[in-house]
Design a protein around this ligand. Sequence first.
Ligand SMILES: CC(C)(COP(=O)(O)OP(=O)(O)OC[C@H]1O[C@@H](n2cnc3c(N)ncnc32)[C@H](O)[C@@H]1OP(=O)(O)O)[C@@H](O)C(=O)NCCC(=O)NCCS
Length: 193
Amino acid sequence: MGALSAEEREDYLPMFLKTMLKATVLNEGFILEVSSWGCCAAMLPPGKKADNPWTLFPAGLPGAVLRLKSTGIKRIMVEHGGAVKRAKKKAFTPKEMSEFWYLFIIGTDPGRQRQGLGGILLEHVKAHARSHGRPLWLEASNNNARGLYAKHGFEEVEEITLGVGLVGPDGLAKHDGEGVKTWGMVWRPDSKK
Ligand SMILES: CC(C)(COP(=O)(O)OP(=O)(O)OC[C@H]1O[C@@H](n2cnc3c(N)ncnc32)[C@H](O)[C@@H]1OP(=O)(O)O)[C@@H](O)C(=O)NCCC(=O)NCCS
């Protein structure tokens, strides 16, 4: 029972991201980029899910999950699904549950971080959501991202700790680890920021 080591994660992540991007497109989502792919993001429209049973196979999700030999990481994925669902129920009214846009991947080229690209992309996403009068949801998976989102008006709904006993704060395998934290965050079209 273990999670991924640094080398295993390095090997696994590109394939997993490719699968998630395919799932985004197959579910009517958007892939956005700024400054010649200096920063890019994936966004799903209201009611659409990357784990939609109809697009699982074309996106290659079963293969991506099967490649995870360890049951530990699968346990973390299940934990994540349940915890995020509870956090969303806390953030949204029943009506809003079918109305929010989900920003589920964002990343800036490591050599171009801290130059405002992530912020430009977030402002674009917010303008889109505002024009439709819809809220945005995301999960910050580290403190740098959390800082960026807070700066752009996202409010924390819940701190979620995953993989206690399996991983450390960096998400890498660690015996008796304290777990990795993520923060469910929401932005609303009437937000001042
Ligand atoms: C999080 C990430 C997308 C930010 O992109 P970016 O283009 O650097 O963001 P910006 O330059 O617009 O914003 C910078 C703000 O983000 C936060 N931030 C980003 N990188 C940071 C760092 N290394 N240390 C501290 N704060 C950081 C700060 O609030 C910062 O504002 P400041 O420079 O005024 O202090 C980028 O760091 C990244 O790709 N990280 C790896 C992937 C990742 O974590 N994705 C998000 C998963 S939820």
